[in-house]
Design a protein around this ligand. Sequence first.
Ligand code: NDP
Ligand code: 2IT
Length: 445
Amino acid sequence: MSKNIEPIYRQIKDRNPGETEFHQAVREVLESLGPVLVRHPEFAELKIIERVSEPERQIIFRVPWQDDRGEIRINRGFRVEFNSALGVYKGGLRFHPSVNLGIIKFLGFEQVFKNALTCQPIGGAKGGSDFDPKGKSDNEIMRFCQSFMTELYRHLGEHTDVPAGDIGVGGRELGYLFGQYKRITNRYESTVLTGKGVHWGGSRVRTEATGYGAVYFVREMLKIRRQSLEGKICVVSGSGNVAIYTMEKLGKLGARVIACSDSNGVIVDEKGIDLDLVKRLKEVERRRIADYANYHKDAKYLAGGNIWKIPCQIAMPSATQNEISGDDARQLVNNGCIVVGEGANMPTTREGVKVFFDAGIAYGPSKAVNAGGVATSALEMQQNASRDSWSFEFTERKLDEIMTNIHARTHETAEEYGAPGNYVVGANVTAFIRVANAMVALGCI
Ligand code: NDP
Ligand code: 2IT
């Protein structure tokens, strides 16, 4: 980190004690910015780094709800509206027991720069709750979502803040959230949430977008190295929304995915993961990935296993933050991995990232690689605003163009800033300059 930025980072750490994931995300961005301040001294003078690291607004609220036995439960809700220089606050909601303010702040901070990379008019935000959807009935999920929205609705609006899904929040939850918003406000305000069902205002391709987009980015990384996805052996962690559509597009482009996982264990199927089965188990029946082995006798289930020990050429972490440790990264490199494309947000630890750079493999950081989800959310907003509904093919072509552009710009910027092949520098510098220029233009607000 450059000498003039170090004290800023120290101050951010001191002002936000204990928020380790937030510190990690801020540090990664700040480490890229030394050369930017040399070319743009006005950013230092106007304290853009200090301002961009402080959320514009943080909302924490009580979410009381009743379980099926009539017992009252209390969870905590969050919405961190991080930056609106480029557009309305935009970013997902996460329901997972690990959620706390530091995690939502790291996700919101990353979202600001990710959204800037899409070149669409969207600012950055994130929200969620420490609610655990696992094992809850449909009615419990509905009551929780209704209570959550009963507080959150006052902070939302198509020109203010537009949430979407993330871990534990998919089509079902967004439906209940939108229903409650509509009921309280008496407005069918489609643009207030994205990831809606296609038959009630959603965009085609939004469900697939993060995974498909991540694979397009990896395709571009391989192209630069004069390679393709054809015949490549891949490992994808998780088995949720991002993992499923990452596996689908990898398969369509000729690669073979041999392993996926959930928080209980890993499935290895050397013949190639049976995606229809994963979709049925996870999307329809909401079961564990362990059940896969009941249907494919030669697939192996590794209870509590570590997916990064499975040899592969392409690794696409698509579960959660810090899921690749330094040791996992070394294991991947030693096993011949040549590309890492991050579908999850910040899935690689600092040590892991260093291992990838030292080994010279192609490493695509999350804020660039997984931007296809939010980019398609912005396409959903565009369709809602014009009361239009685009075809799958048209929407997918737009997603592909957006991802190809993000790849090209991050790659070019890395070269321009003296770090060829370094997509971390490319993404951070490109995104920061875009946000900073808007903040300068809007004055000291
Ligand atoms: P889902 O809830 O659909 O799936 C999450 C998957 O990751 C599940 O298989 C889950 O296993 C696993 N997982 C979650 N938390 C943990 C954990 N702490 N340890 C081990 N495994 C875990 O979420 P998404 O697929 O939507 O999100 C996955 C990642 O992608 C997240 O990092 C999210 O922030 C990121 N992302 C999502 C976008 C989207 O559009 N949905 C857009 C951009 C990024 P289990 O069921 O056992 O918990
Ligand atoms: O991390 C992310 O980019 C998301 N969860 C998607 C956000 C969105 O608004 O579509």
